[in-house]
Design a binder for this molecule. Structure first.
Ligand code: MV4
Length: 447
């Protein structure tokens, strides 16, 4: 087992990782930017190294400074958390060159899944259902239009280097194709320096349901059931739950098997997520594979009673998994509490937290790095807490969430707590009848 892990991240996920390391008797090293010197991850780690000024590119994204911090502290592994360098193949390979275990995917797996068209081809070959469309990249406008006609409108153009909606355009009819093609390519080129595009049939009003998987160094893989992440705004998830209200035992078995196929196809090592789009007929299609721990991992942990960070560390250390699948025996919901104003287009609201009261009690978990007097820097993302509730049934988990939200007091900054209170009351949320389109028609104070 590792003796010392450096956590190349900040905020709640850095704390989350430090907590598991403590329970495993592993020493921890925090790294921090000057904006984070008063942060809890710095205080709770055994050692801390300042790696630079506030901008991410000079600190949490600066590979040489992080490697230097690992070398001076003699860390034998690095946990990248989510975001930042967690899916950076260059970082994964530089760690290996320095004899430091990267707790995450191999450079090959990261590259293979990072190129979306290539990931799709890999999955199709492995027998995972994919959305009808191009084989590989589109050659030019003319052949794109030909394929769009064959597939049938509406279609969606996607940047192969994309993800998160950038470089993506829905095309409803042939007359709109050329403009969409030009705009998507320009956006992809500006955002990723790669204008490679592929095309798919557009699935209307899908659900976003993802399967948590784990694979070990010995070729075994298993699934840990699903999370429904359909409540999103501009490709940002705001609330996740498990089980999905749309799930059936039969669909879970089929999606679980497909996710395991996906993991085995790339000899996946570690924990990962296979994202699917699910249509109203319960057809499901591979969308993307994430080779990192995700923000919403706690809801899975709660319903299967399983520490996913511990599993990541064990797999990285060469400990085999049992290979058995896990099924939810409870219901869990996560609300992402962001320092944003839900009454003002979710505008970021950084600043000092003057008053704080954190909810507790039966069925409540809060993963957060904030405290009274803490100043939320404007340099990083705005999530300040994950409020998770769990109960035997969905209805009880929602009731507990409403109770916990009503106890949560964060003063000094605006937060998304009022949004979640209204979401929990919304009839379409209560009934479980929601898709990725749900928030497009959502207005504050209408429920
Ligand atoms: C789609 C789609 C419909 N049909 N692909 C959004 C981000 C990227 N990961 C893929 N996305 C989508 N791909 C086809 N063929 C709809 C979306 C989509 C979406 C997917 C999941 C969650 C929220 C979404 C919001 C808008 C569009």
């Amino acid at each position: 087992m590792f003796k010392k892990i450096l956590i190349a991240n900040r905020g709640e996920i850095a704390l989350r990782i430090i907590r598991t390391c403590k329970e495993m008797n592993i020493q921890t090293v925090a790294v921090y930017s000057t904006a984070d010197k008063e942060s809890l991850h710095v205080r709770f780690a055994d050692e801390a190294v300042c790696i630079g000024p506030p901008p991410s590119k000079d600190s949490y994204l600066n590979i040489s400074r992080i490697i230097a911090a690992a070398e001076i502290t003699n860390a034998d592994a690095i946990h990248p958390g989510y975001g930042f360098l967690s899916e950076n193949s260059k970082f994964s390979s530089i760690c290996a060159e320095h004899g430091i275990k990267f707790i995450g995917a191999t450079p090959f797996q990261i590259d293979q899944m990072g190129d979306k068209s290539n990931a799709k081809e890999t999955m199709k070959k492995a027998g995972v259902p994919t959305i009808p469309g191009t084989e590989g990249l589109l050659k030019d406008l003319k052949s794109g239009m030909k394929i769009a006609k064959e597939v049938g409108y509406p279609v969606i153009l996607k940047a192969t280097a994309g993800g998160g909606g950038k470089g993506m355009r829905i095309v409803w009819k042939a007359e709109e194709f050329e403009e969409a093609w030009n705009n998507a390519r320009q956006e992809a080129s500006a955002s990723f320096g790669n204008d490679g595009m592929y095309l798919e049939k557009y699935i209307e009003e899908p659900r976003h349901i993802e399967i948590q998987i784990a694979g070990d160094q010995f070729g075994k893989a298993c699934h840990l059931s699903e999370r429904d992440c359909s409540v999103q705004r501009r490709h940002q998830k705001l609330m996740e739950e498990t089980p999905s209200p749309f799930m059936t035992d039969e669909l879970r078995d089929r999606m679980g098997e497909a996710a395991i196929k996906a993991a085995l196809a790339v000899k996946y090592e570690g924990v990962g997520t296979v994202e699917f789009l699910v249509d109203k007929h319960r057809n499901f299609y591979f969308m993307e594979m994430n080779t990192r721990i995700q923000v919403e991992h706690p809801i899975t942990e709660e319903v299967i009673n399983y520490d996913l960070i511990k599993e990541q560390i064990k797999i990285a250390a060469g400990i085999p998994i049992t290979g058995k699948n896990y099924f939810p025996s409870m219901h869990a919901i996560e609300c992402r509490i962001n320092a944003e104003d839900p009454y003002n287009n979710f505008r970021p609201s950084p600043g000092r937290i003057t008053t704080l009261h954190v909810p507790g009690g039966h069925g409540v978990r809060v993963d957060s790095h904030i405290y009274a007097g803490y100043t939320i820097p404007s340099n990083y993302d705005s999530m300040v807490a994950k409020l998770i509730t769990m109960a035997q049934t969905r209805e009880e988990a929602i009731n507990t969430m409403e109770r916990a939200l009503s106890e949560f007091v964060i003063e000094g900054v605006k937060t998304t707590i009022p949004f979640h209170q209204q979401l929990m009351r919304h009839p379409d949320f209560r009934s479980g009848n929601y898709t990725t389109k749900f928030l497009e028609g959502f207005r504050m104070d209408e429920v």
